[in-house]
Design a protein around this ligand. Structure first.
Ligand code: AMP
Length: 220
């Protein structure tokens, strides 16, 4: 199964990708996580990306395409993958198609998760990341906790710079302008499905799997 999870920042792509990755036993590839790791490691890419990410802007296409190319070529991705955060521009979508052709991949489906903008601002501003392992939690999940449930680090929760309200608004604007056209690109090729992102994590996940099954059955 090759899935491209698509939707505005904060719509729940990361959460859904993790569940799908476990259920289907295929890797979850988050370009945001790859970049955040590079920032943490202070690599050349990380130093360049940090400034762009903190402003809520997009890292240049050629860099992102190079990263995805390297990852999708690995043995791990041979039997399927879940892309989370890529493609974010039509240039990236076209480059991904060229890569799919090279790798003889014909079954990739874009899953568009929708949600209301106010709900998204509330969600992003109300989430915290662990500065040690990068895991993300809602304030409710970590209420009263001083250690990270994933890596047990003490007092490691923080509000990501790009989850502050002014940067969120910028990210949503970039999404509307640069990223939404990617959806039209996939719709025009009949390779997209839409799922309502409101509801419990399990409900959204079930909807995604049902719609994906329907899509695969219809294309046989
Ligand atoms: P995310 O965690 O997916 O919301 O990504 C966090 C940030 O990383 C974004 O706001 C961008 O600055 C950058 N980023 C992630 N994926 C991409 C991409 N495919 N193209 C350009 N920038 C990206």
């Amino acid at each position: 199964m090759r899935i491209i999870l698509f939707g505005s920042p904060g719509v729940g792509k990361g959460t859904q990708a993790k569940i799908l990755s476990e259920k289907q036993n295929i890797p979850h590839i988050s370009t945001g996580d790859i970049l955040r790791n590079a920032v943490k490691e202070k690599t050349e890419l990380g130093i360049k990306a940090a400034e762009i990410m903190n402003k809520g802007e997009l890292v240049p296409d050629n860099i992102m395409i190079g990263i995805i190319r390297e990852v999708l070529m690995t043995e791990d991705c041979k039997n399927g993958f879940i892309l989370d955060g890529f493609p974010r521009t039509v240039v990236q979508a076209k480059a991904l198609d060229a890569l799919f052709e090279e790798l003889n991949i014909k079954d990739a489906v874009l899953v568009h998760i929708t949600a209301d903008e106010n709900e998204i601002i509330k969600r992003l501003n109300g989430r915290r990341a662990c500065k040690i392992c990068g895991a993300i939690f809602s304030l409710k999940e970590i209420e009263g906790l001083t250690t990270c449930p994933k890596c047990s680090s003490e007092n490691s929760f923080y509000l990501r710079d790009d989850d502050k309200e002014d940067v969120i608004r910028k990210r949503l604007k970039v999404y509307q302008t640069n990223t939404m056209p990617v959806l039209d690109y996939y719709l025009s090729k009949n390779r997209a499905i839409t799922v309502n992102g409101l509801g419990t994590i399990e409900e959204v996940n079930e909807n995604i799997l049902n719609k994906l099954t329907e899509k695969v059955l219809n294309s046989i």
